[in-house]
Design a protein around this ligand. Structure first.
Ligand code: 5AD
Ligand code: SF4
Length: 487
């Protein structure tokens, strides 16, 4: 029976879009503020990349004597790292700015800054529309923050929305914010060259560029030496990672990078996100399969299961091609869990085409999906070329059918785990019960299980799965991995 104290949804798999509104506070990396230090507050919206960027921002601010606070009411500088991917994300940010306006009215010396994709998309227009905002800083301009803050302190507006072809912040060691001390992100590339017709990211994050692999390995080694046990390599399209040294004598692709990072420490698990189906190669799949510490989990967004819609979306693959990629993954990594992003109600999508998406979900047997209603974004190819002509109620109904099917698939997927003994990395206490730990399997499934003496976050344990909901697995520890002792 399910323990009453463990509620559904407690421990969903980590959602790359779930940082909405998350306040980022300091952790063990951070000391208490010293006299004379100014305080900054940062709130992050959107994807994991934004979350990771906020850690870079924190590091830059630390170097000019700022200290992070979880309370915006006391902050000298309030930052909001924004997302433009859907209209709703932008509306949320606007609402939040109304709250910060009140702070500015009470304390006119406090500075409010808008970072990230919305800053980049709206540029100076933002300052027209939001009169109380002092700083507008795009994703490639964070090094300029100290100078922009000085400008704002002098009473002028600080704006830098320059997009770079080189910036990777490779030399900046992020301050780990709101960390559990076990899992961390490393940003391996920036920008996106794919031009999916619905997507604003290529406009807000600029051209794709890959970070020096040696700086990535150094960051991974540093994390490992500080006790971190899981690293997620982040990029809009990690499989197109490509780096060469200035002489051109050394080239590293994503498979090569995965190998280098996996070899840093066998005790450190490696994950990555996001993969574009067109770029994930057999070499990457074989690398995953040959390193036990690279997790058997691939986020492979399909967006639609219909070839005509995929063409309109400019995804550069069709239905059959995607299906053969899924077959390839399961044949090289039989134990792999695959998840997806799906858009309901893209321009001119018919009922039959929507059915193709549902069929694809069953074929791929996704362990989970992030599912969205199409939201037209100004300036994108789709906004220019196609009519956003699917009525809102039809979009909503299609989305609910997609969600219903995914819940069913996730439940089936999780029920298939019952009786299996899985290696779980303990991440911390279950949110709703201090008597239970939570952790994830290699396949990115969250597991809740009763604590056992001597174990703590960062330990690997073998857990037998006893029960499953569509979101959570419930289990019992059978043995600690390090000691090999049965419990
Ligand atoms: N409308 C709805 N969903 C979108 N996404 C990107 N742009 C849009 C849009 N305009 C979704 C895609 C992408 C994920 C990050 O967000 O599914 O993979
Ligand atoms: Fe957007 Fe497509 Fe790039 Fe993903 S791959 S960020 S959906 S343009």
């Amino acid at each position: 029976m399910l323990d009453n104290q463990i509620k559904r949804g407690d421990l969903q798999p980590k959602n790359p879009y779930a940082f909405n509104g998350q306040t980022l506070v300091g952790n063990a990396d951070e000391q208490v503020p010293t006299p004379g230090q100014k305080l900054f507050y940062i709130e992050s919206y959107g994807c994991q990349m934004n979350f990771s960027d906020s850690e870079i921002v924190a590091s830059i601010l630390k170097s000019v004597n700022y200290h992070v606070t979880p309370d915006f009411q006391e902050a000298d500088l309030i930052l909001i790292n924004t997302c433009s991917i859907r209209e709703k994300a932008e509306e949320t940010v606007r609402k939040r700015l109304k709250v910060f306006d009140q702070v500015k009215k009470a304390r006119p010396d406090a500075l409010v800054g808008v970072l990230g994709c919305m800053a980049e998309r709206l540029k100076a227009q933002f300052l027209e529309e939001e009169k109380l905002v002092d700083l507008v800083v795009g994703p490639d301009a964070y090094r300029d923050l100290p100078g922009l803050i000085a400008t704002a302190e002098d009473g002028d507006k600080g704006i830098n929305v320059f997009l770079s072809r080189e910036e990777t912040y490779a030399d900046i060691n992020p301050v780990r914010l709101d960390s559990n001390g076990v899992t961390a992100f490393i940003s391996i590339m920036r920008g996106c060259d794919n031009m999916c017709s619905f997507c604003v990211v290529p406009f807000t994050r600029g051209r794709e560029r890959s970070r020096d692999p040696y700086s990535i390995v150094a960051e991974a080694s540093d994390l490992a030496s500080r006790g971190y046990r899981e690293i997620t390599l982040l990029g809009q399209n990690v499989d197109s990672y490509k780096w060469q040294n200035p002489e051109g004598s050394e080239k590293v692709n994503f498979a090569g990078l995965l190998q280098k990072v996996a070899e840093v420490d066998q005790e450190v698990r490696i994950r990555f996100s996001t993969s574009h189906p067109k770029d994930i190669t057999d070499e990457v799949l074989e690398t995953i399969s040959s390193y036990s510490n690279i997790c058997n989990y691939i986020h492979l967004p399909v967006q639609s299961g219909n070839s005509r819609v995929l063409k309109l979306m400019n995804r550069t693959y069709d239905r059959d091609w995607y299906r053969s990629k899924i077959e390839r993954i399961y044949s090289i990594i039989p134990d792999c869990a695959i998840s997806s992003d799906i858009i309901a109600g893209f321009c001119s999508e018919t009922e039959e085409e929507h059915q193709d998406t549902l069929e694809m979900m069953e074929f791929a047997n996704y362990s989970m999906s992030y599912m969205f209603i199409y939201s037209e974004r100004p300036g994108t190819l789709a906004a220019k070329k196609y009519k956003d002509d699917i009525a809102e109620d039809i979009k909503k109904r299609r989305l609910s059918e997609i969600i219903r099917l995914q819940n069913h698939l996730s439940l089936k997927h999780n029920q298939g785990e019952i009786g299996q003994v899985r290696e779980v990395l303990i991440e911390g206490n279950s949110k709703r019960s201090d008597d239970h730990f939570k952790g994830r399997t290699s396949q990115n499934k969250m597991v809740v299980f009763p604590k056992s003496e001597g174990l703590s976050p960062g330990d690997y344990v073998m857990v037998r799965i006893d029960e499953a909901t569509s979101a959570t697995l419930i289990g019992t520890i059978t043995q600690s991995v390090e000691s090999g002792v049965s419990i």
